[in-house]
Design a protein around this ligand. Structure first.
Ligand SMILES: Nc1ncnc2c1ncn2[C@@H]1O[C@H](COP(=O)(O)OP(=O)(O)OP(=O)(O)O)[C@@H](O)[C@H]1O
Length: 264
């Protein structure tokens, strides 16, 4: 723990959909520079937690506050009035559809700067040279410069994810929430995306919170793992502390057969 303002602080967050308690008193603090995996069975509340934390979705009116880099995003089910400003240093990567398909990759990456440009510039697509340079640098950083002119819809899933990360870099994101960024990728592309996130975390100090279905990716790339089950945190600790017993506790007995093939 440090004295720094947490990158993410969620206190007693509650989110209900009809009868379903998607988040049941979730409290979580992530320090700047951490790379944290969010795991848990399907429907355990991983995506909801990220969406609530980014204030893409209002939580229950009985819910405690969520802050990103010390700025309140929402509290008691009310999105903060300055949320747009507070989101400036937060990047969000979804499983799919991160890029505008009809635009070039370069055009997409430049969109990361929209928040700090006058509206007319964005509307006319007139980006200053500084933004063009930043977009090119970001594409180089994610190893995608040779695809700059390619229409986004003609890129592979993994290339699109790397493009989305480049856009977050142009945005100047210091915290990145990635919601199942590798769920629809083949293993090689998935590895490249995770390696890139890890590299940005280690070299640039980018704070990363990433939801994952694959426990082995969490263990390989993230020092810390938070596991949810039925909207509650059931594990929060070092990823290498997730042993067979703990994983069966998190995912249920089916995990044994799925992950270990049922062997002794
Ligand atoms: N918009 C919604 N309307 C109704 N129920 C929802 C909505 N979004 C999520 N839920 C429910 O809330 C619970 C948590 O969903 P969430 O998508 O956060 O889980 P998850 O852990 O991300 O699952 P997965 O790994 O399958 O993506 C689930 O029971 C889900 O059905």
């Amino acid at each position: 723990m440090t004295d720094a303002v947490p990158a993410l602080k969620a206190e007693n967050v509650r989110m209900t959909f009809g009868e379903t308690r998607a988040l049941d008193d979730v409290s979580l603090a992530v320090e700047p520079g951490e790379m944290v995996a969010l795991i848990g069975p399907s429907g355990s509340g991983k995506s909801t937690l990220l969406r609530v934390a980014a204030a893409l979705q209002p939580a229950d009116n009985t819910s405690g506050p969520v802050a990103v880099l010390g700025h309140t995003m929402q509290s008691r089910g009310r999105i903060a009035s300055r949320v747009r400003k507070n989101r400036a240093r937060l990047g969000f990567i979804f499983q799919q559809f991160n890029l505008v398909g009809r635009l070039s990759l370069f055009g997409n990456v430049m969109l990361g700067a929209l928040g700090r440009l006058p509206v007319w510039r964005g509307a006319l697509g007139m980006f200053p040279n500084s933004v063009k340079q930043a977009a090119m640098d970001a594409l180089e950083r994610v190893g995608m410069e040779e695809f700059a002119a390619r229409r986004a819809s003609n890129l592979s899933g993994g290339q699109q994810q790397r493009g989305a990360i480049a856009r977050a870099l142009v945005q100047g994101a210091e915290v990145l929430f990635a919601d199942e960024p590798i769920a629809s990728l083949d293993p090689v592309s998935a590895r490249k995306v995770m390696e890139l996130l890890r590299e940005l975390n280690q070299s640039d100090g980018l704070t990363v919170v990433v939801t994952l279905h694959q426990v082995d990716y969490a263990q390989r790339y993230c020092d810390r793992t938070v596991a949810l089950n039925k909207g509650r945190i059931v594990y929060d600790g070092p990823s290498n502390g997730l042993d067979r017993e703990k994983l069966i506790e998190i995912y249920g007995p089916e995990f044994e057969t799925a992950f270990y093939g049922g062997e002794e």
